[in-house]
Design a protein around this ligand. Structure first.
Ligand code: SF4
Length: 439
């Protein structure tokens, strides 16, 4: 087998960063990455199974590519679908030779050796681990913002979620190892880090130092050269006020919190096994609203969870108003294997789920129009992330994680990428802001 590989990634930021680490591992084993599957001998798909659609996409990709160009290539399925489907992938897609879940990525060097020696059925599927996946080298795609995993897996049991079955039990990295990586990144010129985990709030440093998440956040925010620190994702039950106090104390900690609520109805939250009530959730929102900094709040919503009545749904709509989110990711409930919600016998019709999703999205659009208009006239610091040749505008990202397109006469091309500028907001829409540079 020649040592070229191609990797395609589906799903969340955790997967995107896992792929960066997988690439680092392969490169350290003598492989070189190529930009197309056609040019590769080893074709890897790092998969997502959070929704049925994402899973189907992977199998479609596997079939399609094999039919058109797959002759002589070695295929591997990594990530959540690999863990969920296990050995049965070999039956569904017999041309696959490697199936490896994220909890087994530390074994990748061994698994690669097995593949190279011609083994046609290589698996890494154990969830029984206390280790996190750490690599000496991760090949990061973005030159300014870096992802850092601080905690893997999840010990919660939300009734709709496959993660506890695909990513294994919660395990945190030591604070020392996280801080070491942040220092390295700062020295390499990165100015923004995003701390990742299925539930960063339950981070607990396994070393004797025993830092909790707010402590880690403060330490990372104090690393010289790091101008922006973000984190995702949070679970309301474990979200403590000290996190907001830390954000208030240090401008390097971005004024944006993503706090998934999923539903505004206590009855649905209970059936989802989310472990908090609407009041518990709103208390956390109050902490943010009372903070010294203007904290943007975003969330995830699931519509059409089994048994969600019209009244439950109305309560979710009411919650959108009560919080005034800066943006949300809204999804239709999707049946997932092994999850407790499958056992409910009051599943909602697909058309009704689609109808509710459209209502939520339109309501949120209106809220965003109002929220973004409040920023017109303010000056926001942006990290410059791109230049749009068609419009002649720079693309910036504010600390609140809003896109702010702006003009700055005299500069074009790549000149400003990765720099920080102050921009006056002159216009707003539901999904972005527009303005002009003031420095
Ligand atoms: S907290 Fe709930 S939704 Fe989030 S990963 Fe864990 S089980 Fe899934």
């Amino acid at each position: 087998m020649s040592k070229t590989f191609y990797i395609e990634t589906f799903g969340c930021q955790m997967n995107a960063h896992d792929s960066e680490k997988v690439v680092g591992t392969l490169v350290s084993q003598g492989y070189s990455q190529v930009p197309t599957p056609e040019a590769a001998e080893l074709v890897l798909y790092n998969t997502c199974s959070i929704r049925d659609k994402a899973e189907q996409k992977v199998f479609h990709r596997l079939q399609q590519f094999k039919k058109d160009h797959g002759k002589g290539k070695v295929f591997g399925v990594l990530g959540c679908v690999a863990q969920q489907e296990g050995q049965s992938i070999f039956e569904k897609a017999p041309h696959v030779s490697l199936v490896c879940g994220s909890a087994s990525y530390n074994q990748l060097p061994d698994l690669l050796v097995q593949l190279e020696s011609g083994n046609k059925r290589v698996t890494g599927l154990s969830l029984d681990t206390e280790e996190t996946f750490e690599t000496p080298f991760a090949r990061r795609d973005n030159p300014h913002r870096a992802y850092i995993t601080i905690i893997e897996g999840c010990d919660k049991k939300c009734a709709y979620c496959v993660v506890p079955f695909t990513r294994g039990p919660e395990r945190s990295r030591t604070g020392e190892s996280v801080l070491g990586e942040v220092h390295q990144l700062a020295m390499a010129g990165y100015s923004e880090v995003q701390l990742l985990g299925q539930n960063v709030n339950s981070y607990h440093d396994p070393s004797p130092a025993g830092w909790d998440f707010a402590t880690l956040l403060r330490k990372v925010g104090n690393v010289s050269g790091m101008r922006r620190v973000r984190f995702t994702t949070s679970h309301p039950r474990d979200f403590v006020k000290d996190i907001i106090d830390a954000i208030d104390e240090n401008p390097a900690l971005c004024n944006h919190v993503h706090l998934p609520v999923q539903s505004g109805s206590n009855r649905v939250l209970d059936r989802m096994q989310r472990l908090y009530t609407r009041d518990d959730y709103m208390r956390r929102i109050e902490w943010m609203k009372n903070a010294k900094r203007n904290i943007a709040i975003t969330s995830d919503i699931i519509v059409g969870f089994p048994g969600e009545t019209a009244e439950d749904f109305e309560e979710t709509l009411g919650l959108l108003d009560a919080v005034g989110y800066d943006s949300i990711f809204a999804f239709k409930y999707s049946k997932r294997p092994n999850t407790p919600a499958l056992r409910y016998d009051d599943h909602i019709d697909e058309d009704e789920k689609s109808r509710r999703l459209a209502i939520v999205q339109e309501k949120q659009r209106q809220i965003q129009i109002v929220r973004n208009a409040l920023l017109v006239g303010t000056v926001e610091e942006v990290l410059v992330e791109g230049f749009n040749k068609a419009t002649g505008q720079w693309i910036g990202r504010t600390s609140q994680h809003k896109t702010l397109n702006f003009i700055r006469p005299g500069d074009s091309g790549d000149a400003l990428l990765g720099t920080y500028l102050d921009v006056r907001v002159t216009r707003s829409g539901p999904n972005s802001l527009a303005g002009e540079s003031v420095n």
